[in-house]
Design a binder for this molecule. Sequence first.
Ligand SMILES: Cc1cc2nc3c(=O)[nH]c(=O)nc-3n(C[C@H](O)[C@H](O)[C@H](O)COP(=O)(O)OP(=O)(O)OC[C@H]3O[C@@H](n4cnc5c(N)ncnc54)[C@H](O)[C@@H]3O)c2cc1C
Length: 355
Amino acid sequence: MRVAIVGAGVMGCTTALSLAARGVDVTLLERSVPGAEASSAAAGILGAQAELHRHADDVATFVAARAAWGPWARELREHTGIDVGHRVSGVLRVARTGDERAALAEEVAWQTARSLRASLLDGAAARQIEPELSPDVVAAAHFPEDAQVDPPALLRALMAAAARSSFVTVRAGATVERLVVESDRCVGVMLDGAPFRADAVVLAAGSWSSLVAGLPADMPAVRPVRGQIVLLDERPPRARTIVFGGDCYVVPRGDGRVLCGSTMEHAGFRKEVTAQGLHTILSGAIACVPSLAAAQFAGAWSNFRPHAAGDRPLIGPSPMAGLFLATGHYRNGILLSKVTADAVARVVVGPAPTG
Ligand SMILES: Cc1cc2nc3c(=O)[nH]c(=O)nc-3n(C[C@H](O)[C@H](O)[C@H](O)COP(=O)(O)OP(=O)(O)OC[C@H]3O[C@@H](n4cnc5c(N)ncnc54)[C@H](O)[C@@H]3O)c2cc1C
């Protein structure tokens, strides 16, 4: 069986490895540099609980996605020698007002009723977990099992694993122009004016997914939502817990690097870092963790979260035979990458023969 995957972000690369583990020949088609878009730009929060927002449908998937990360990070390290920075650093979502505290109390009650570990702390207890928290924090929801990875290291590990696999071929600089469809079935893609035939095609083109010509008309559109990130260098390293406050977050890597994010902007494909973006992110981050005011500015970037109409990621079979989807993961593509890849590989390959 030969599978073509369109796009070599975290979805395309991880799906390629899941298919390769099942003995499938995979060609990863990437128009640019593998991993260079949203996947390497992400903050890398595995916020299964911080990102739930009482979506009952997501509980099992989000928690399974987070649980998959320990073994997956270990496997990547053993296989490639690259540490992807998996750390169970926990998340504190902070409140400064009584109303914010009441909202957190409801969230914690909703989660604990579903057997998830979460607690509502007063300000002093929250500062015991993260001493750098602002003194005006009156309460925090603590999700101790939420975690993080380092996305650039992750993408390097995925590419190294792909390069070592005899089942995976990576073609960088290969732009898929459109699907090749015969008798209502996707039988390959058009690449530089020539057909590339495959038994199955997986669309993993992130925010650019809807720009591939020939997609079924009833497939939900995927659109970009820009996010900006600021990188600070804290010397010596002080902050240690991921902090969410208002519409910002602070992600200490543990080695002095602190990522602060992020904006949510409908700006088309304008990959810019703006004065307003920097201002919003840095003022939000310093309000949560005041000592960051003295940290060194180390960089800033932006990229595009792939948001699917209907607010659900597109995973598995599509309305067209031969075409499978691994796209539209919006704010949680790193968290969901391994479980998505395994689910897509299972449907592409089909059930194992019985007897
Ligand atoms: C600022 C920011 C912060 C984020 N933080 C987090 C976080 O903390 N935790 C989390 O879980 N998620 C986070 N996300 C979301 C996460 O990054 C995405 O959901 C995820 O990376 C999407 O992966 P992808 O492989 O679908 O897309 P991408 O990484 O964008 O990859 C798509 C690839 O397809 C290629 N491509 C497109 N069109 C074609 C074509 N026609 N032919 C060939 N190749 C093509 C592109 O060049 C690209 O390399 C964040 C995103 C952003 C922008």
